[in-house]
Design a protein around this ligand. Structure first.
Ligand code: GLN
Ligand code: ZN
Length: 798
């Protein structure tokens, strides 16, 4: 069949993006999903929303002048999950026996509660990437982070006897729709190796049988051949086949599996005439380049934003008759590309490769906010630094035209780069006073003035806490009232004084409830914070906060990362007044509450003109001053949350050590202004510590609170084996679930913990902040927790 998709591509540099955000500029998809889960709209209405979004996004791509629009990037929940359905790879507990439908898909993603089939419609999160788990019923598949992004995918469950068979027509339907609408379409497909790699082995009988999910490859390939064949029949010329794992340091087993697999996919008798663009992103392919160039594909895409240094080696290695697609427009950040610089860098490659050089986004634009034009509260200057997804389409297109020698485009690239060039030397961006402080940075600045053993002494004297002290992680329920008041303040219906008064009311309430519960270390409840990072971003110089810069985190959940735009400074104390007010209401210890430098960094869009390490150091200094002000104002316990420290790890293992060194140092700089008698806590909400346990210990926090309840204290093993030297609060119940933990359950968890960690060093607390829970659940759970601690206290002191 001749391709009817190659019109007007002619002799111009081919331009494309690897994918577009699917949620819609007004988060239309999120709201439609949630309405559907609540039963407020039906499937036809939901599908209509999706269809309109896709048409809009294809139009945007076509109107910007891109050579192709991308199909197959849309997902009702997650694109890895879509791939599972496409392949007919559905866990038996989610299957209805027949072909999967939309409800099957949501059942895999969200589970099914025994009580109601479309449970918790509002997928609000606590910030730690865990979902609400709604009671008994059918468990959802696991969800985990997509490489080093804040996007989460549904982990494919692999079982020994799994079979694969094309079962879900979404990809083909969408390709047809794009063709019907008159677009040149390039479908995207998650490749078979990455698909299996991202999955996990599941063993129903819980017996070790040595099953390796890579052994499913032979069975999955025929399904991929069938998919390619159908795309061929639809008239598709190029398929973007994503193999992001080629950016990892793969072991031999995985890297050598590519060759036979791609030979199968290049078998034209079974796959038709489609050409394959092998797509990599998020890091360099250097470690796998030798193997890549042996594959029978027609082109390679590399991410030059993540790894600009790989261009020469890749260009030299990739066969001349392959397409080389260069990802230069960063899909993961909000900054304008320096088009002029890219033009100069790519001109020689263009001269050498001609039409075989394609220009693209670095990765899917899924990870960037959608439209800068919606931001009416940013200054013109700040806006001239940014490009969101819609603007990035124009960047790709403009750069392509400039590479073709189009004079207007060449000039346009130069003037487009102006604002970001001017920014590089602007003193309101690069602040001499901040840089001076950074220059004075030494290793000792991260050291507390006394060792833990000595600090513990001082703290015991000052704090007067009982054995097994009880506390919470910081936030209390963010009630409808709090949210209403925040939005009233935003829109001017409440003035500053009225808003502060309202917040003080919530603090009083929180203190009263905690005293009634007889908790030992209290918190003020974080009612003033919409989000643990955005709150600090709004109160530190050097950040900008967007109004509509939403990015999908998982399913219907979106986050709006703050943007680091300039050197970071704390112009005035941020949390001190709230903590001091809260302390004034009680004679118990009030814990100050800060978000740590690494977490603020990881959950924001970073600058690209300085390193992540430098940004973390600037944040560390700002927080250091806050710690000092808090202790001087009489706050004796200060928690510095670092839930994101592990997710900041680079993709390549060989780079972990360096990252962990500066990340730990940044935390320590922020904590080290604390006097020996000031107790520093930190909090992390995950359970896989093994890899970073040394670094966690190196933080030298006096107390660390962690998640353990879901793994029955299993993760304490890591701490036990390592002989963690300071105090630990292993979370004794799961705040992600509405279930109320019984006293007996908590007692038994604590007894387990006390067998692994000396009881004198144990704290008692939930596993994360309580902002997603309601007060009834919170009080009932905390009551049982406090009673359990009291029971054990008597037991151990007897
Ligand atoms: N202090 C924060 C809270 O309680 C911590 C949240 C988190 O670790 N994700 O909400
Ligand atoms: Zn947490």
């Amino acid at each position: 069949m001749t391709s009817h998709l190659s019109k007007n591509i002619g002799n111009k540099t081919v331009t494309h993006v690897l994918g577009y955000p699917r949620i819609g500029e007004k988060r239309e998809l999120k709201f439609a999903q949630e309405q559907y889960w609540k039963g407020d709209i039906n499937q036809t209405e939901l599908k209509q929303v999706g269809s309109e979004l896709r048409q809009r996004h294809w139009n945007d791509q076509a109107l910007s002048g891109l050579s192709y629009v991308t199909a197959g990037d849309f997902a009702w929940y997650d694109h890895v999950l879509t791939t599972s359905l496409l392949l007919g790879h559905v866990p038996a507990r989610h299957s209805n026996g027949g072909a999967p439908d939309l409800d099957t898909l949501f059942k895999i993603a969200r589970g099914q509660s025994a009580v109601t089939s479309r449970a918790s419609a509002d997928e609000a999160g606590c910030g730690c990437g865990s979902r609400h788990e709604e009671g008994e019923g059918v468990a959802a598949s696991d969800m985990t982070k997509w490489f080093n992004t804040n996007y989460h995918y549904i982990v494919p469950e692999c079982r020994q006897d799994d079979s694969f068979q094309v079962s879900w027509p979404q990809l083909f339907d969408e390709v047809k729709q794009a063709i019907q609408a008159g677009h040149n379409v390039k479908p995207v497909l998650l490749g078979p190796l990455s698909y299996l790699y991202l999955g996990k082995e599941v063993n129903e009988e819980e017996v070790e049988n040595g099953f390796d999910r890579l052994s499913l490859l032979a069975r999955i390939l025929p399904a991929y051949q069938a998919i390619l064949s159908t795309l061929s029949e639809l008239g598709v010329e190029w398929v973007q086949i994503d193999e992001p794992i080629l950016s990892l340091e793969l072991d031999e087993k995985w890297s050598s599996a590519f060759k036979p697999a791609y030979h199968a996919l290049a078998n034209k008798e079974l796959t038709g005439e489609v050409k394959l663009l092998l797509t990599t992103y998020f890091d360099s392919v250097a470690d796998n380049l030798v193997k890549i160039v042996e594959l029978p594909v027609n082109g390679l895409h590399i991410d030059l934003s993540a790894s600009p240094g790989q261009l020469d080696a890749v260009n030299a290695a990739v066969p001349q008759d392959w397409v080389l697609s260069v990802g230069v427009i960063n899909g993961r950040n909000v900054w304008r590309a320096d088009l002029q610089a890219w033009l100069e860098k790519l001109q020689p490659v263009k001269a050498q490769r001609g039409d075989n050089l394609w220009v693209a986004s670095s990765c899917s634009l899924l990870h960037s906010p959608i439209d800068l034009e919606l931001e009416t509260e940013l200054t013109e200057e700040v806006k001239s630094w940014f490009a969101f997804a819609k603007q990035k389409l124009n960047e790709v297109s403009l750069l392509g035209a400039a590479l073709d020698g189009n004079g207007h485009a060449v000039e346009a690239c130069a003037s487009y780069s102006q604002p970001i060039k001017a920014r590089l030397t602007a003193t309101h961006v690069n602040k001499p006073q901040v840089q001076q402080r950074l220059n004075g940075l030494t290793k000792v600045l991260g050291e507390r003035s006394a060792a833990y053993s000595e600090r513990a002494h001082h703290q015991a004297e000052v704090l007067g806490l009982p054995l097994l002290p009880t506390t919470t992680i910081g936030s209390f329920p963010q009630t409808a009232e709090i949210r209403q008041q925040r939005s009233a303040f935003r829109t001017g219906q409440l003035n500053q004084a009225e808003y502060e008064q309202a917040l003080k009311g919530h603090i009083q309430e929180a203190v009263k409830r905690q005293e009634a519960l007889d908790l030992d270390v209290l918190v003020h409840g974080e009612a003033e914070r919409n989000d643990m990072v955005e709150y600090f971003a709004e109160n530190l110089a050097g950040f900008q906060v967007s109004r509509f810069g939403w990015v999908q985190s998982y399913g219907s959940r979106c986050v709006k990362p703050a943007i680091v735009v300039a050197d970071i400074e704390r112009e005035k104390p941020i949390t001190v007044d709230w903590s001091v007010y809260a302390q004034s209401l009680t004679s118990k210890q009030m814990k100050g509450m800060l978000t740590g430098p690494v977490t603020i960094l990881c959950w924001s869009f970073p600058r690209e003109d300085i390193t992540r390490k430098q940004i973390a150091q600037q944040l560390a200094f700002a927080l250091r001053d806050e710690v000092d002000d808090l202790q001087n104002a009489g706050i004796n316990i200060i928690q510095i949350d670092e839930p994101a420290i592990r997710e900041g790890l680079p993709l390549k293992k060989s780079e972990h050590k360096e990252y962990l060194e500066w990340a730990v140092h940044a935390f320590k700089i922020s904590a080290a202004s604390a006097k020996p008698e000031t107790q520093i806590h930190t909090h992390m909400c995950y359970s896989e510590f093994n890899e970073i346990i040394d670094s966690v210990a190196a933080l030298d926090a006096d107390v660390i609170t962690i998640e353990t309840s879901r793994s029955n204290m299993a993760l304490l093993k890591a701490f036990e084996a390592f002989n963690y030297p300071n105090e630990i609060g292993p979370g004794v119940y799961d705040i992600h679930s509405p279930n109320i933990p019984s006293q007996e359950w908590i007692v038994s968890l604590l007894e387990t913990a006390a067998r692994k960690i000396p009881v004198e060093r144990l704290w008692v607390n939930p596993d994360c902040g309580l902002k997603t829970r309601n007060w009834a659940e919170t009080e009932a759970s905390l009551h049982n927790m406090v009673e359990a601690a009291k029971t054990l206290r008597q037991q151990y002191q007897a």
